[in-house]
Design a protein around this ligand. Sequence first.
Ligand code: PLP
Length: 461
Amino acid sequence: MPDNTLTHTDHTFGFSTEQVHSGHRGDPGHGASITPLYLSAGFVFDDFDHAQARFAGADPGYVYSRINNPTNAAVEQVLAALDHGVGATLVGSGQAAVSTGLLGVLKSGDHVLSAPSIYEGTRALFRGNFRRFGIDVEFVERPNDPDDWHRRVRPNTRLFYGEAIPNPKNDLIDIEAIADAAHANSVPFAIDSTLTTPYLLRPIDFGADIVLHSTSKFLAGHGNSIGGVVVDAGRFDWAAHPDRYPHLHEPIHAGTGDLTTWIDKFGVKANFAFTRAVVAGRLGPSLSPFNAFLLQQGIETLSLRVDRHSRNALALATWLEQQPEVSGVDYPGLQSNPYYPLAQKYLPRGQGSVFAFTLAGGLEAARTFYDAVEVFTRMTHVGDVRSLILHPPTTTHSKLSPAERDQAGIHPGLIRLSVGIEDAEDLIAGLDRAFRVLRGENPPPLRGRGETAAPTQADGL
Ligand code: PLP
């Protein structure tokens, strides 16, 4: 099968070209222009020797879709290219990406340092599941002070962790400073970059070693599928630390007499190979090729969508800041925001589209606003083409204690928006209506959705 993948021998392609062409397999059999959807559990062997060669890796073809699949492989290639990684492993969800990516590195008895503002599902994974596995996750208090990371390092610390754009507060972390602190302590830095996507930020360019994404959000982009990916930078010197990462220094095929280790065979890609084969391959959180196909369709328009998402978000944040009922807007694209300088460094193309604002009127104001808003869809999800609205204090962050919520800045009047790609003026009109209800006015419903009569059977006659 000819390899249609772009090469970089004498030219570096732009992001939008890469997102369309990288990893593209084509369909030599029939001439389809897009990578076909291979919905097949297994792949046929020609004969006895062929089966043996496939299992031995001597024949590079596919064996079984839990391990690899041509549709998934094409998407893995484009994601690795877009994030400047050496390899990517698709898994069934963003949560699976976090657990797979981290369990590739960690074992019972290890200690992890994490930035404090992270997705609540990941916090629950750390506090519950990882604790049961004997992995202790400690949260630093001042993530942008490298000393706070340095002084908490213990002899058993094995990983630093953070999120590129923590939601809902957008309290950005200084990725380069944390990566430097991790490397000074001989541990890798893993980062969940779901809310930036590689279009806004490539954490690997700033020193991150492992990048995780929930592809359910902007990458797939249309709210149609759950997925995740682990991308490896292939740069951390695993070979230098047999005491810290002993699994990579053990034979790949223990008990066979073959003493080749992961480091021997894969070098700087050892962690990528181990995570893929041993963690993803054996725990089995594989992504369905169907979802990989949907994901690929999304990736092809990523830059266009994320540009529009970010422009809309800045317009809405600017408008919200001017509303008298609003006591704060957590969007780092606003010059008034304390994270504006970090956003200028790490997110010059746009500052994303998931942010929160706080209504001074507290819980009751949030309730009235939430029920009165139009155009926005009331849903817990982000990165959808549709604009979404959520009240984190009573939903995603309801399991935190009031003191923890207060400390995280999740006040009762806080509302989270995931700004979509609709027309900004319509989104503002939808929000404006909710403010008018809050002010005791009785605004009519907006024109648009619902006003056009549904077609009746007679219309079709
Ligand atoms: N990471 C971040 C930053 C998220 O926002 C989410 C989900 O909201 C996840 C990980 C988990 O992703 P998924 O829902 O695809 O499991």
